[in-house]
Write a protein that binds this ligand. Structure first.
Ligand SMILES: [Zn+2]
Length: 153
């Protein structure tokens, strides 16, 4: 009973959906249109440059699942925005860094490091992170671009 624990991410499934561009909800491959792949992220339209080059551990979300996810997923319920992503670079690992030592202990909070970072050998990876490029904010229901004036707040 109660609500599903949406915040508790299943590592292998997260990785599969991110690398193979499958919907994180229904697991079907997401379809690309002329603007790119469908994505659902927490709305940060106040931040400079957002959502271009956003780094996320959230895999894509298909058009069918987006409205349901936007309503049901806690704790970000009602704070999502629909995106189309032209290019996806899965070059990051989110996880827990450890102090290099014989009996290693956690070093700070979980964070994301990128391909080539020497610290990755001391990280216990939990999720694959992607950098999103050529991102367009779209209407969740029509999947058409949102006018610029609607993007600014
Ligand atoms: Zn789906």
């Amino acid at each position: 009973m109660g609500e599903p624990n949406f915040g508790d991410v299943h590592g292998p499934r997260q990785r599969e959906c991110m690398l193979l561009l499958r919907c994180q909800l229904c697991r079907r491959p997401v379809a690309r249109n002329e603007l790119g792949y469908p994505w659902l992220l927490e709305d940060h339209r106040g931040a400079p440059g957002w959502p271009e080059r956003e780094v996320t551990t959230h895999p894509p979300a298909c058009e069918t699942c987006q409205p349901l996810a936007a309503v049901q997923c806690t704790p970000n319920r009602g704070k999502f925005v629909s995106l189309r992503v032209g290019r996806v670079l899965t070059d990051g690992v989110y996880g827990q860094l450890y102090v290099p030592a014989a009996r290693s202990v956690p070093n700070g909070k979980p964070q994301t490091f990128f391909h080539g970072d020497a610290r990755l050998r001391w990280m216990l990876g939990a999720q694959t992170a992607a950098t999103l490029f050529d991102v367009t904010v779209v209407d969740m229901h029509t999947q058409t671009p949102v006018p610029r004036e609607a993007v600014r707040r």
